[in-house]
Each structure stands twice: as C-alpha cells, then as structure tokens.
Write a protein of this length. Structure first.
Length: 359
C-alpha cells in the first residue's frame, strides 16, 4: 500500500501544495487577463477619439505623471489651469474669440483628464501589477517573458508619445500635429493586436497546442489595415472629415477639387485634407478585399473568427459613410473609432487562426 501511495505522489511528494501551485505556469489565467487588457485598450482608443473630436487634447498643458491623477479640486486650481490654457494658440485664435469661459473649459478638460487617467490605470495597474504578480510566482510560461516586457515597454513609450503629440498643439498650432496623432493612435493599436495574439497563443498552450505563426496573408491583412487606421487618424487630426459630406462623391466629384499640389505630391499626401480624406475613403475597399480573402481562408476551420471579421468590417464601412454624411456627428464618429479597433482585433484573430491552420 505504501508503494502504491508513493507512486501516486511521484517526485512532488513532500512539497507544500502552495509551492507547487506557485511554480506552475498558468497560460489560461494569463489569457483571460489579456482579454481584459484588450477591452481596456479599446476603451482608451474610444476616449482618445472623443478627446480629438471635442478638441480637448490641449486643455491640460503640463504632463504631471503622478500629481496629474487628480483634477483641480477648487476654484483657485481651476482658474490656474484655465490661465495656462489661455496662453495656447488654440484658445487665442479659436476658443477665446468664441467666448469660452471656465464652464466650457471644464468640459474639454474632462475628456483629456479621463484619457490620461485611463492610460495610467491600464499601464501602471491593469498591466504592470498583474504581470509582476505572475512573474514573481513563476506562472509565466517559458518563452513569453520577453513578449510581455515588450508590451509593457510599448505602453510606457505610448505615454511619452502622447505628451510629444500634445506639445505640438500647446506652443505652435491651434491643434496637435496630425502626424503625431497618427503615431499616438497606431502604437496602442499595435499593443492591442499584440495582446490579442498573445492571448490566443496562451489559450492554445493551455490546450497543449503550438503557437501560431504570422503568414504572408496575415501580415498583408494587418499591414493594409494599419495603413487605413493611420489615414483615419490623419483625417481626424486635420479635421478632413468636414471637407465633404456627400458619398460616394466628394463635393460632387469622384476625385475632389481643392487639393493643394503647390508643394508637391508628397506634401499633399501627408498634409492635404482633401487628398487624405479621399484616400481614406477608397483605401477602405482594399482593406475589405484583403479581409474577405482572409475570412474565406479560415471560414471552415475557424468559423467564429471568419464571422467576426465580416461583421466588423461591414459595420465599419457603414459607420464611416454615416459619419461623413452626418457632418461628423460625435456619436457616429466615436462609434467609427470603436469599431475600427474591433476590426483590428478581429483581423488579428483571423491572422492567428490562419497561422494555426497552416502547417
């Protein structure tokens, strides 16, 4: 009987149960945590979109990493923050002549403060703290530590890029640089895609399956989609969505009038609102084509991912058209940014599924 018990206990006999639990990797628990992170990142992207649409990004003129967590707590503090904002070109040239007072300033301050607060929470508490917990308990599967460190580093860099973007609208222009805005949007979307991919890999690991590889088609789909998301950020930054409210034509023509070619085609490609709006409209169909191909490739083996891709890009196209024709209505524009992030998540899911399907 003693021999039988010894065989059942194996080499672990004598070790405390808590020790064995601490040292065991927990890929499924980490995957679930990453799905929470994906939801939080999408929330940050949506709030960031509202911040852009309400022209709130320059309302906080300093980057206080710790003390900036709290908003102004009294009338004197509000007046001090408002006085700093009144020195910006945005107030001097636009909001001041329009008669902005403290009450209106508090409204735009709220969105920028909420955006920064969410970013601090996601990077410092929702990501870094659980990662440290899994790490200290030895529960991160082999080969994944470098991936998590990279995601954490990108989150920290994102904060610096956010301030780099805001600075462009504090001293030199009435709005932040649309190119810096594009970088500021694309980096968290890259982190989001990385979290989706890693969560799916961890889920596969929990089932004793191998990690997926990024196939050429998966890479192409994600690259084409990132170009479209970057164009969308530039449209928002340049307020290019307001240059035309008809669809499929722009100001009554397929190729719009009003493009300024005086500084050359390269300058127009990055700075002209008419051209960037035109490209954002029609590059969308290249994205649709590639995503249809991706979804069809995986539709038998991974039908839920295929359905998610079709649903996401179909909704996104309709929201884009509705946003333009509504004259950039805030609820529609915010929904357009939300579904853009969901489309990326679905595309990452599809690319991962394709990588699992390939030998």
């Amino acid at each position: 009987m003693r021999n039988t018990l010894a065989l059942c206990a194996g080499p672990q006999q004598g070790k405390p149960m808590s020790s064995r639990r601490i040292s065991a990797p927990r890929p499924l628990a980490m995957a679930r945590w990453l799905w929470v992170m994906v939801a939080l990142l999408i929330a940050i992207v949506v709030v960031g979109g509202i911040t852009r649409l309400t022209e709130s990004g320059v309302s906080i003129t300093e980057w206080k990493v710790v003390s900036g967590i709290l908003p102004p707590l009294g009338e004197a503090q509000w007046q001090a923050e408002f006085a700093k904002y009144r020195q910006t070109p945005q107030f001097i040239e636009i909001n001041g002549p329009a008669g902005m007072g403290l009450a209106e300033y508090k409204q735009i301050f709220f969105w920028e403060w909420l955006h920064r607060l969410l970013a601090r929470f996601v990077v410092g508490i929702a990501f870094a703290a659980p990662l440290a917990w899994f790490w200290m308990r030895g529960q991160i599967p082999a080969g994944y530590k470098g991936r998590f460190v990279a995601l954490l580093a990108l989150g920290g860099i994102q904060g610096a890029i956010g301030w780099w973007m805001v600075k462009s609208g504090i001293a030199t222009d009435v709005r932040v640089s649309h190119l810096r805005l594009a970088v500021h949007l694309l980096l968290p979307l890259m982190i989001l895609a990385g979290c989706v991919w890693t969560a799916l890999d961890l889920k596969a690991l929990a089932r004793n399956e191998t990690a997926a590889r990024l196939t050429p088609l998966g890479l192409l789909a994600l690259a084409v989609l990132f170009v479209q998301l970057g164009l969308g950020a530039m449209v928002a930054g340049l307020r290019a969505g307001y240059v035309a409210s008809d669809w499929p034509l722009m100001t009554g023509r397929f190729f719009p009038d009003g493009i300024d070619w005086s500084d050359g085609p390269v300058h127009a490609l990055f700075y002209d609102p008419f051209l960037i709006h035109f490209l954002h409209r029609w590059w969308a169909w290249a994205v649709v084509l590639i995503l249809v191909v991706l979804a069809r490739k995986i539709r038998r083996a991974h039908r839920p991912a295929s359905i998610a891709i079709h649903s996401a890009f179909g909704t996104q196209v309709l929201l884009g058209i509705a946003t333009v024709m509504s004259g950039m209505a805030l609820p529609l524009a915010a929904a357009h940014q939300l579904v853009g992030a969901l489309t990326l998540a679905a595309a990452a899911w599809g690319a991962h599924a394709l990588g699992r399907r390939s030998p």
